[in-house]
Design a protein. Sequence first.
Length: 135
Amino acid sequence: MKQRIGNVLLAVALAVIAPAVQAGERMWSDCRTCHSVTAPDGSVLARGGRSGPNLYGIAGRTAGADGDFRFYSDAMRAARSRGVSWTRDNFVAYLANPDQFLRSVTGDPQASADMHVELRQGGAALFDYLRSLAP
């Protein structure tokens, strides 16, 4: 009986999450110009560029903490030193206005992001998609 209830709950959760993940996957085309999603073993899960950090495991990761990416802005480094992490809310806020997000979390009114793209809608779906690619 418990397994049956668990299976039903899983099916309901997948039915709710799957559309958001699919929407986020469609949005990936705008991100892949600069970013990729590559697992630690080198498996490329979502092809993309290298001018931005790898987004593998971004959900819950500390901002500015991709050890293989060396071109973070000073503001992103300051966010990292303050322990800012990529929660869904933070990710959505950053995508909507990167400079404003960094100004808010660092307290620096001059903070500037090196990402010059704003995504005012769909950030949550993109986060769900990225989260679905990494355990």
